[in-house]
Design a protein around this ligand. Structure first.
Ligand code: SAM
Length: 285
């Protein structure tokens, strides 16, 4: 009789798990909590495409989990073989286990556990044409994920997280990035460390966005030199110390009764304006 097991299973490299009490499953489920993500220095990403993209981009996979439905799927088997080759573990699990890991009904067929990776702020050295986004105390995982996705889409270079922020490796954030978490470098710093870096190292225009900004965001010439775009906290906006450190404080004009734009939406508006300026400079050259 022909075996439908993945090739690697025959040499014992795929573990079959059906029990929620299995310690490997318990460790993976614990990644829903920040405390354990920090302890294990790991996080979860859902979906075969995301896992393959992450592997292609050189992220370190610790565990590949797939449901029984993935058995015999060539792409799943290739991802499993890459995981084993990288020294990781492969688990074939029941639907019940996958639902418990992802805390979702109808979960994706594949989930990867990856090592976290952050970039040190001192390694961030924007060059001509580069754009980075700095987020002050961003609280909402959906906002952070959407900003990371937008940074990726617009071709900006990365994201700097300032102060106490929501976790870029929370499952809700990773979901909202739609995979861009693997493509966009993220640095993290306290407000003091950010200000010291800005003072001593940064050779770029620091553009803050503020509801009381004196300047219309369309009237700044972003085309010369790199830009760091600084966005404020959802509730409080930018604190005085950060606002004062900016070369420009710009405002996006609003009509109607809304007192502000959503953080991720305003970041998108700004990034596409900055990109437009860079493109028009290229066209003139
Ligand atoms: N109540 C907060 C305040 O007073 O700043 C509102 C913060 S708003 C939801 C979050 C961030 O989005 C702001 O700090 C700013 O960076 C950006 N933002 C939102 N609307 C903006 C606008 N019209 N002009 C410039 N920045 C804006």
């Amino acid at each position: 009789m022909t075996s439908h097991r993945p090739a690697s299973n025959r040499v014992g490299q795929v573990k079959e798990v059906t029990s929620l009490a299995n310690p490997l499953v318990k460790d993976i489920r614990a990644l829903a909590q920040k405390k354990f993500r920090d302890q294990q220095h790991a996080f979860l990403a859902e979906g075969l495409k995301l896992v393959i993209d992450a592997l292609d981009l050189g992220w370190t996979i610790r565990t590949l989990v797939y449901s029984k439905a993935g058995r015999g799927n060539a792409a799943v088997e290739r991802a499993a073989a890459r995981t084993v080759a990288a020294g990781g573990l492969v688990l074939e699990v029941s639907e019940k286990v996958l639902t418990a890991i992802t805390r979702r009904d109808n979960p994706q067929m594949v989930v990867g556990v990856f090592e976290q990776k952050l970039m040190p702020l001192k390694a961030v050295a924007p060059e001509k044409g580069d754009v980075w986004v700095a987020l002050d105390r961003v609280r909402d995982p959906g906002n952070l994920g959407t900003v990371i996705r937008t940074v990726d889409a617009v071709g900006a270079k990365g994201v700097i997280l300032i102060g106490e922020t929501t976790d870029p490796f929370a499952i809700e954030t990773v979901r909202a990035t739609m995979g861009s978490v693997f493509a966009v470098p993220i640095a993290r710093a306290s407000q003091d460390a950010f200000l010291a870096w800005r003072r001593d190292h940064l050779k770029a225009m620091l553009v803050g966005t503020h509801l009381k900004g004196a300047v219309d965001y369309r009237s700044v010439d972003y085309a010369h030199g790199p830009v760091v775009l600084l966005m404020g906290n959802e509730q409080q906006g930018l604190p005085e110390a950060l606002a004062q450190a900016c070369d420009r404080l710009v405002r996006i004009p609003q009509a109607g009764r809304a007192d502000s734009l959503n953080l991720a939406v305003s970041t998108g508006v700004m990034l596409y304006e900055i990109r437009r300026a860079a493109l028009s400079l290229e066209a003139r050259a």
